[in-house]
Structures are given as C-alpha cells and as structure tokens.
Design a protein around this ligand. Sequence first.
Ligand SMILES: Nc1ncnc2c1ncn2[C@@H]1O[C@H](COP(=O)(O)OP(=O)(O)O)[C@@H](O)[C@H]1O
Ligand SMILES: [Mg+2]
Length: 207
Amino acid sequence: MSNPELTLQNVVFGYKNGGRLFNGLNVTVRGGQLLLVYGPNGSGKSTLLKLMAGLLKPQAGAVLLNGTFVSNRHFSKIGYVMQRAEDQFFCETVFDEVAFSAKNFGFHDVDELVKEALAEVGLRDDVLDRSPFQLSEGEARRVAIACALVHKPLLLLLDEPLIGLDRIGRQMVQDILKRQKQAGKIIVVTSHRSDNLRDLADVFLTL
Ligand SMILES: Nc1ncnc2c1ncn2[C@@H]1O[C@H](COP(=O)(O)OP(=O)(O)O)[C@@H](O)[C@H]1O
Ligand SMILES: [Mg+2]
C-alpha cells in the first residue's frame, strides 16, 4: 500500500452566528509525519481537528484521507484525543473506556488490544479497574491516548496533548508520539504555545 496521506484542500468553515474560521486552508501530512497546528486560543485548532476527524463537515473544499472524503466510514481508521480527557470518558472503569473502540469496531481480541494500548502509553494493568474520572492528569491523558490507539488507527489526532502535564508527563507523551511516527501513522497535534512538540513536527500550520 502506498504511504497514507491526509489532505486538506481549500477548506472553508465557520460556525453559525460566528465569523469564518477557515477561508481556504491547504495542508498535506503523510504517514510517518507529524503535523503541528499552532495558534492562540480561539483560532480554531479544536475545530480543525473535528473537521479532520469527520465530526464536522467543511462548507467548501475537502478533507481527504487517502484520497476519499473523510466521513463516518473512516472512524475505525482514526484515533482522536480531545483537549480534556474528562470530556471523552464515559465508562465506569479504565478497562471499559480503553476497550470501547476495539469492541465498537468489531475486534475479537479485545483484552489483548487493551493490554497492548496500555503498554504503549506506559501504564500498568492495575489501572484497569479504576475509574477514569479519578486519575491524575498525566494518567488520564495517557488513558485517553490508549483509547485512541487501541483499534490501531492510521490517523491520530491529539488536541493540545501536552497541556496541564508536568515535565515527566510531557516527555512520556512525546515519546508515545515519536513511536507512533516511527510506526508510520499520520499524526496531527495542536498547540497554543511554542513547546517541545516543534522538535517532533515535520509539517507546520499556523492558524
Ligand atoms: N460549537 C461551536 N459553536 C459555535 N462556535 C464555536 C463552537 N466551537 C467553537 N466555537 C468558536 O470557534 C472559535 C474557534 O474555537 P476552537 O476551535 O475551540 O479554537 P481553539 O481550539 O484554537 O481554542 C472560537 O471563537 C469559538 O468560540
Ligand atoms: Mg482548542
């Protein structure tokens, strides 16, 4: 298979009752690359990730994954980590939370996939019985990333993944991103400040 590719072509988007956020945005990021979307609060970073995730539709232009319009048919190929982990959690245990996508997309070896995802983010099995709402900020972020990795997506979208973390937590997330890049994933991260993610980035987009 040829190298996977996410392309935005002349993307136009604005919310109802708001101004136009994007007026013809163009960018391409390929497998093994990291796109850093940089911009101040309110510049549209989270909105752009939702467009890439197929959760919002552009009013003109196209968001293409391997040449086809991103839609709900692609959900199994996409892993999306929200800005605040607690906004994406809805289960009683970390196991159920991480297992959700694997089950939802019909994988059979769910226990094995959950273990792999946990190992990938450097968490031990004893976190599985805990409530996702009672984790430290660093643990919660890593569980949220495990949720996005468990079904082995092609495209990984992470909204401000370093925010609120201490130095060790930031390093852990950066190491995860580095490994996912090496594994050939397409990675998009947002940031509102010039932080260490710059070192990992191959493509830059400033909003
Ligand atoms: N669901 C929504 N409905 C209307 N306006 C929104 C919605 N979500 C975000 N906005 C507005 O769109 C702009 C960009 O928001 P957002 O994408 O969250 O920016 P960022 O993530 O860069 O802080 C802001 O002005 C915000 O108030
Ligand atoms: Mg945001």
